[in-house]
Every structure is written in structure tokens, then in C-alpha cells.
Design a protein around this ligand. Structure first.
Ligand SMILES: Cc1cc2nc3c(=O)[nH]c(=O)nc-3n(C[C@H](O)[C@H](O)[C@H](O)COP(=O)(O)OP(=O)(O)OC[C@H]3O[C@@H](n4cnc5c(N)ncnc54)[C@H](O)[C@@H]3O)c2cc1C
Length: 382
């Protein structure tokens, strides 16, 4: 990284009037900045983003507008009480409605094509457990979503989708999908329309409380002092605030070449949610497999993992599209922020620093709420 000092003009014009610095321009940082400016139009809110674009999870995810597949919910019940779990589901559902009203269904390309959970031949026990739990979940989650039957059996669609080696499908009827790129473009546009500067290419390397507020150190060597800071860097949080219980989790993702006559439609979860795929623009987007090499994938560095990539290609060719030759067009990785519990951290961590981090792989669903909560907490403590 090259080093330099700020000029007088840069300091006075671009960096001096800041009242609140938001670090990170993912879904959480942008929503927080928008909320701060909406509630307090008099404040100068500036977003610092180390990437050319948001470069964490928000522009790199799968775009599932999901609130819980049955194996995941049953797994959650091993460490959460039922009330706690229903609160998480309610938050995801409310978060999705919040995202839709904030951005608009047309801008999001929001579609309710359903979310399927896929069970292969050797997963009969897990499937039976889900079937047994389904009526109870339907009653309780129906009360949250207003849908009479959220989960139904959908084995009759296995042939239609053309899968091989799949024994059962369970369908979550109200689950939707969004176009992740359009979602983020719309949020960036909203922030800019409110006059929020987004300074791209600026990595904050450290934060320190100071007499005037907080001193932000940048990787360029210059520092600035701002009165208040909201940290929204999710999987990268420990680099700035090592005391936070947030671990990075890298995810490998592929997009196939266009597949003529693609039969797959909707969002699909497999192996307790470790794998996920969907249709987009006549292609398959497929990601996950982190559990195959979780040690290696506990990193905030982008990069390939050949073991996982090989397993994703095998799943694509053998199970999802077995009848035709399907090639991978491109790969990428994204970084999630996880913790010992699936609960985001929205906290004031020092006199002038608030954090909204640890989205636990659910940021499309709850990101806007977590950004707004962080903004409101920061204003309460101002
Ligand atoms: C592959 C993948 C698939 C996913 N699929 C789904 C899905 O289908 N549905 C769903 O609900 N969720 C999904 N998620 C999770 C969801 O994308 C995240 O929970 C959400 O995007 C987190 O948003 P965020 O704003 O907190 O973090 P991020 O989007 O990671 O934003 C943090 C930003 O901070 C910036 N930053 C970091 N450090 C610094 C620094 N020191 N200085 C300046 N800037 C910094 C980063 O560049 C980044 O832009 C997925 C995640 C991944 C990785």
C-alpha cells in the first residue's frame, strides 16, 4: 500500500465535516448510513469502504430470501429454545419485508419461486425427522408469516427438475430470491441520493478512542478524527476489534455457463444448508461445502479451495444437471461472519464506537434491520 499525507484541501473538503463514519459498505453499512441520514438529516455521514465495490459478502452471496429450512431449524433447536428460534425466524421474516419495502420488489428482482430442501438416498432419517416436525413448524411459522402451509412435501417435482439421486424434496412455499447485484446497486443509489459520500478504496487499519471522538488510522498512513463511528465490517470485524466474537467463514461459489432448457427453478438447500443452489439467468449458481474443510475456510482471505470446488462440480454434474454437459463459467469467494450463536452483535463497544456485525449467513434476510438497529443505538448514545 502506498503511503501519503492528506493535503489541506482533502482534509477540509472531504474529511473534515464528518459527524459519523460508517466503516463498510455492505448491506449493513449502507442501511445504517441511510437510517442515520434519514433520522438526522443534519448529520454528515460518510462511509469508508476498502474495496472498489463492497467486497465482503453483500455483493457475493446467493440471494436467497430465506428464513429457515427444516433441517436447519431442527439443528438450531439443539442449542436454542423454541422461543428463541421463533424469535430468529420472526426477525428474518420481518427483515425480508423491510428489505422489500426499502428497495422495492422490482429493483430487487424479487421472486417467490420457493425454497426446497433436498434429501439424497442416504438421508432418509433426516427427512423423516423433518416430516414429523413439519405440522408443528407449519402452525408456528404460519402464525409469523400468515401462510397456512409454509412447508409441504414436493417429491413430485424431482423428475421435473431433472435431479439424479434425490429421494425427497420439501418445499418452503413463501421463500424467495433476489438479484444480489441489483439489491446492492439500489442501496448504493439510495445512499448517494441522500448525499452520503462513499469513499471507496480506503481501508481503516485501526480505531482508537480519542479526546475528540475516535481516531481512524488508514492503510495509507494518514489518520482522521471523527466524533462517532459505526463498524459494519462483518467477517472482518476482528481485525479492527479483536475482542469481538466473530469468525470469518469463506464460501466458494460457482456460476455455470448458460444451460439450454434449464429445468431447475427456485432456491435449493442441501446437507443441512451447507450447500445451496438456485437458477439465475438460465444458469445455476451453486455454493457451499465449507464443512468439507472448515479449518481452511475459516479465513478472511479470498481464494480457492480445490477440495471444495471439486465437490461442487461433482454435485452440479451428477445430481443437479445429470443429463447434459455443464461447464463452470466462473468462481468467486465471499466472507461471512459467524459466532458461537446465530445472533448478530449490535452493541456500543466504547464511548463513540457502535458495531453491527456477525450476520451468520443471513444478511439478505436481516441485514437491513441490523443496520438500522446499529444506527438507532448510535444516535441514542449521542
Ligand atoms: C457466498 C455467500 C452466500 C450467501 N448467501 C446468502 C443468502 O443466500 N441469503 C442470505 O440471507 N445471506 C447470504 N449470505 C450472507 C450475507 O451475504 C451476509 O450476511 C451479508 O451480506 C453481510 O453484510 P454486511 O454488510 O454485514 O457485510 P459485508 O457485505 O461483508 O460488508 C462488509 C464491508 O466492509 C468492508 N471492510 C472490511 N474491513 C474494512 C476496513 N477495515 N475498512 C474499510 N472497509 C472494510 C468490506 O470490504 C465489505 O464491503 C451469503 C454470504 C456468502 C459469503
Amino acid at each position: 500500500m502506498f503511503k501519503y499525507n492528506l493535503s489541506y484541501w482533502e482534509k477540509e473538503t472531504f474529511l473534515k465535516p464528518i459527524d459519523v463514519a460508517v466503516i463498510g459498505s455492505g448491506i449493513v453499512g449502507l442501511t445504517a448510513a441511510i437510517q442515520l441520514k434519514t433520522l438526522r438529516p443534519d448529520l454528515q455521514v460518510t462511509v469508508f469502504e476498502r474495496g472498489m465495490l463492497p467486497t465482503g459478502a453483500s455483493t457475493r452471496n446467493a440471494g436467497f430470501a430465506c428464513f429457515g429450512s427444516l433441517t436447519e431449524l431442527l439443528d438450531d433447536l439443539t442449542h436454542l429454545s423454541e422461543d428463541e428460534l421463533l424469535t430468529v425466524i420472526e426477525k428474518r421474516w420481518r427483515g425480508l419485508q423491510n428489505l422489500r419495502s426499502m428497495v422495492g420488489d422490482a429493483e430487487l428482482d424479487f421472486q417467490t419461486l420457493g425454497g426446497y430442501e433436498m434429501f439424497t438416498d442416504d438421508e432418509e432419517d433426516a427427512y423423516q425427522d423433518c416430516l414429523q416436525a413439519m405440522p408443528d413448524f407449519n402452525r408456528k411459522i404460519g402464525a409469523i408469516t400468515g401462510h397456512r402451509e409454509v412447508y409441504i412435501q414436493a417429491d413430485d417435482r424431482i423428475e421435473k427438475f431433472g435431479f439424479q439421486g434425490v429421494r425427497h424434496l420439501l418445499l418452503n412455499q413463501p421463500e424467495g430470491q433476489v438479484h444480489t447485484g441489483k439489491m446492492m446497486a439500489a442501496l448504493l443509489q439510495k445512499a448517494k441520493a441522500l448525499g452520503i459520500p462513499i469513499l471507496n478504496g480506503v481501508e481503516i487499519s485501526a480505531l482508537e478512542d480519542s479526546s475528540q471522538g475516535v481516531e481512524l488510522k488508514t492503510a495509507f498512513g494518514w489518520t482522521i478524527e471523527v466524533p462517532k463511528v459505526l463498524v459494519a465490517v462483518n467477517g472482518f470485524a476482528r481485525k479492527l476489534l479483536p475482542q469481538l466474537e466473530v469468525s470469518p467463514a469463506r464460501n466458494q461459489v460457482l456460476i455455470s455457463q448458460p444451460i439450454p432448457g434449464l429445468k431447475v427453478e427456485g432456491c435449493f438447500h442441501y446437507d443441512r444448508g451447507y450447500y445451496y443452489f438456485r437458477n439465475i439467468d438460465g444458469r445455476i449458481l451453486l455454493g457451499g461445502g465449507r464443512n468439507l474443510d472448515s479449518g481452511e475456510e475459516q479465513t478472511d482471505e479470498f481464494g480457492p479451495n480445490e477440495l471444495i470446488r471439486t465437490s461442487l462440480v461433482a454435485l452440479l454434474r451428477r445430481v443437479i444437471c445429470p443429463d447434459q454437459i455443464v461447464d463452470v463459467d466462473a468462481w468467486w469467494t465471499g466472507i461471512m461472519g459467524l459466532g458461537p450463536e446465530k445472533k448478530p452483535i449490535v452493541e456500543q463497544v466504547s464511548r463513540n464506537v457502535t458495531v453491527s456485525v456477525r450476520l451468520s449467513g443471513m444478511g439478505v434476510a436481516i441485514g437491513t434491520l441490523i443496520g438500522q438497529e446499529g444506527a438507532e443505538l448510535l444516535l441514542e448514545n449521542s
